[in-house]
Structures are given as structure tokens and as C-alpha cells.
Design a protein around this ligand. Structure first.
Ligand code: CA
Length: 218
């Protein structure tokens, strides 16, 4: 799993990272809220470990921002022993679990597994944007209520974009969705797929930012 660790205590951060890497996870570390936000914009993490007391603000702001844009990826908050109210607030704000520092690395493993398992049991959300809906559970796409047939690759690209409507999604990130099919991605493949999606679902749905990426636009 690709994990983002937002933690400004470098000793703790290094220990957690080394432990998780040894367990086969890929881990990126951010020591500030701003770095955490930036990494979240760039990379599609499977889980976030989030310290609350960060130099440039509270991890709670990051958590609220995620949930506010219907981003339900699992978040485990890391709190100090004396911050019970923070834990409650974190859970209310949509954290999946919390760990109290100092925590045992074995406990971290157990929580991580439990949270990841629950997340994979969650039904996929339905994505809606304007007249377009995408329902991953039964793999149905509709435009103005009429069913539209998308190929697996078109579907993968559109789903990646619809997870974060309005946000610019970089080419590399979208291409990642294509690599999952095991094929080489040719340099103009993305343009081709995007133009097919536009034909099926409307020209205005996907905006192009030349050389940067694409976004779902209203
Ligand atoms: Ca801290």
C-alpha cells in the first residue's frame, strides 16, 4: 500500500517509515501540513497517517478538507496522550481510527490492517458530475439518465478524474490508471482516450491544461 505519513517529529517519523517499508509498504513523509497537501494532490495514497500538531497548523484541517471534498481514503490520526478531546474531534471529523503516542509498532500494523480491510469492504461511492454519473459498483455510466458504454481504459481515466472534480490531475497520475492494464502507454494515448470520453459524455466535461493535465470542469 502507498502510505502518506504526515508527522513533524522526525524520530517518530523515521521509525514508522522504516517499519512500514520493511513490511512492504511505500511511504512518503511530510513534516508540515503544506507538504502533506501537496503530496496528496500529486499521489493517490491508499492511507494517510496524520499527526495533529504540525508546525503550520492542525492535521484536523487536512482531514476536514479531505472529507469535505468526499475523499474517503482511510486516515489514522496520531495524537499525544493528553489530547483525548482531539481524538474525539478527529473521529467526528471522519478519521477511521487513532493511535496514541508513543505507540507500539505492532499496534500500528494491527490498526492499519483493520482500517484497510474496512475501507476495501466499503461500497464504492457513486460519482456524479452535472449530467454524468459513474457507478463503480455495477460499472454503469450514464449521461442525462441514458446509459453510455465506456471501455475499461476510458472508465479508468474518467474515474480518476471524477474522484476530484475541479482539481487538475497530472498526466502522470492519469497514465498510472492506464499502466494498470499492463500495456505500454504511448505518448498520445491519453489524448485519444480523453477525446473518446468527450464524444460519449460531452465536450465540456473534461478540460485540458496543456502539458499539465486534465480536470473535470463545470
Ligand atoms: Ca507533532
Amino acid at each position: 500500500m502507498r502510505i502518506l505519513l504526515v508527522e513533524d517529529d522526525t524520530n517518530l517519523g523515521d521509525a514508522v517509515r522504516d517499519h512500514l517499508v520493511a513490511r512492504g509498504h511505500a511511504v512518503d513523509c511530510a513534516a508540515t501540513l503544506e507538504d502533506g497537501r501537496e503530496l496528496l494532490r500529486a499521489i493517490d495514497y491508499g492511507l494517510v497517517l496524520l499527526d495533529l500538531g504540525l508546525p503550520d497548523g492542525s492535521g484536523m484541517d487536512l482531514l476536514r478538507a479531505l472529507r469535505g471534498r468526499s475523499d474517503w481514503r482511510p486516515v489514522i490520526i496520531l495524537t499525544a496522550h493528553d489530547q483525548i478531546s482531539d481524538r474525539i474531534e478527529g473521529l467526528q471529523a471522519g478519521a477511521d481510527d487513532y493511535l496514541v503516542k508513543p505507540f507500539d509498532l505492532g499496534e500500528l500494523d494491527a490498526r492499519l490492517q483493520a482500517v484497510a480491510r474496512r475501507a476495501s469492504d466499503r461500497p464504492d461511492p457513486e460519482y456524479r458530475f452535472g449530467a454524468v454519473t459513474l457507478c463503480p459498483a455495477d460499472h454503469r455510466a450514464t449521461r442525462e439518465g441514458r446509459e453510455v458504454t465506456l471501455t475499461a481504459r476510458e472508465w479508468a481515466i474518467l474515474e480518476r478524474l471524477l474522484r476530484r472534480p475541479g482539481a487538475v490531475i497530472g498526466r502522470a497520475q492519469i497514465e498510472e490508471a492506464l499502466y494498470a492494464f499492463g500495456a505500454e502507454v504511448e505518448s498520445n494515448a491519453l489524448e485519444v482516450y480523453v477525446s473518446r470520453i468527450r464524444k460519449k459524455l460531452g465536450n465540456d466535461l473534461i478540460g485540458t491544461l496543456r502539458g499539465i493535465g486534465y480536470r473535470i470542469q463545470g
